[in-house]
Design a protein around this ligand. Sequence first.
Ligand SMILES: [Mg+2]
Length: 400
Amino acid sequence: MILHVDMDAYYASVEERDRPELVGLPLIVGGSRTGRGVVAAANYVARKYGIRSAMPAAKAFRLCPQLISVSPRMQHYSTISQQIREIFFRFTPLVEPLSLDEAFLDVTGCQALFGTGPEIARKIKSAIFDETGLIASVGVAPNKFLAKIASDLQKPDGLVIVDPNRIEDFLNPLPVGRMWGVGKVTGTILDSMGVETIGDLRRVDPEILNQCFGSQGIHFHKLSQGIDNRKVIPDREAKSISHERTFETDITDRQALRAWTLELSDLVARRLRQHSLKGRTIQLKIRFSDFRTITRSYSLPEATNATDVIWKIAAELLDAAIPEQHSGIRLLGVGVHQFERKKKVQLSLFACDAVSDSDKKQQRLDSVADEIKDKFGLASLSRGSGIRHHQDQKKDVAGD
Ligand SMILES: [Mg+2]
């Protein structure tokens, strides 16, 4: 029994909670009136104007001139997120955070103690509201895929329970775009095949999906039947940490791809540092416009969590993996695995001569960068690589 808990308009709701005078007004977090930056979050009033997260701020202000924008306070959101996570841990140790405002919980083993899945979901919703004043939507289902779809269906303040005996009835009418991993491009191709709903998708011969989308097509077909065997893996037990992005339009420009590699490397490195983890193997994942997917990896002699080290290797893997001429890349991912657990890392820190001066310098640089980004948001600091990508290309895809 899996719960997917997703906070409603999280950053914006925190700002409304802390500044009640903002309630009822169209509000975004991130992005300024002068049109710089992107929307990190929009409250429900702003959403009525068609404003969405990841939209360029300039566009948001065009849609709604009276819009109010506030700067993100990442450290604050992160502290509250920790408070919410503590609530989850009262019910189960099996908590897999997807971001500051979303997590999967496996409550299979704790139903004797705390009640059925739906009962636990209700208890968690009210504990979050009582203790933080914030509202969560929850999906309750036999697996991750179904729970994630369910949490989104009745937002805000939703509670959707998927009956394990009626999974196909639940999925049939839903548009394929609701499926995890089906973006604009995949959606358009499916649409041209006459596939609009998840029910339609189930009726397609999986071999055809395999031809169109490779192994991902087979995966989609499994999901359309409500089959998903992925386990809830708590961060502390994770064997790898990775981030990936699917682009709205395929990217051919090498510099733009390198810029994305840097951003993804930094996201991964930051998560490693948050958990005091270091890994030896850097992996790059590339999906080409024809859905062909390749992975390339490289193992270091010493484990690392430095952004710079991870990025340099990921960028070299990228250069070696993409041919001079290609029709575009639709997805990039960077991951680190083969962890050295904390104990070992500390050991090498105490053995001072094992850490070179340049390593120490890099560690200081990374921790300062983390602090700045926690305060001012991700876009505030570019690492002097001089390369940029277009933020509005971005479409969030769940990491692992
Ligand atoms: Mg959310």
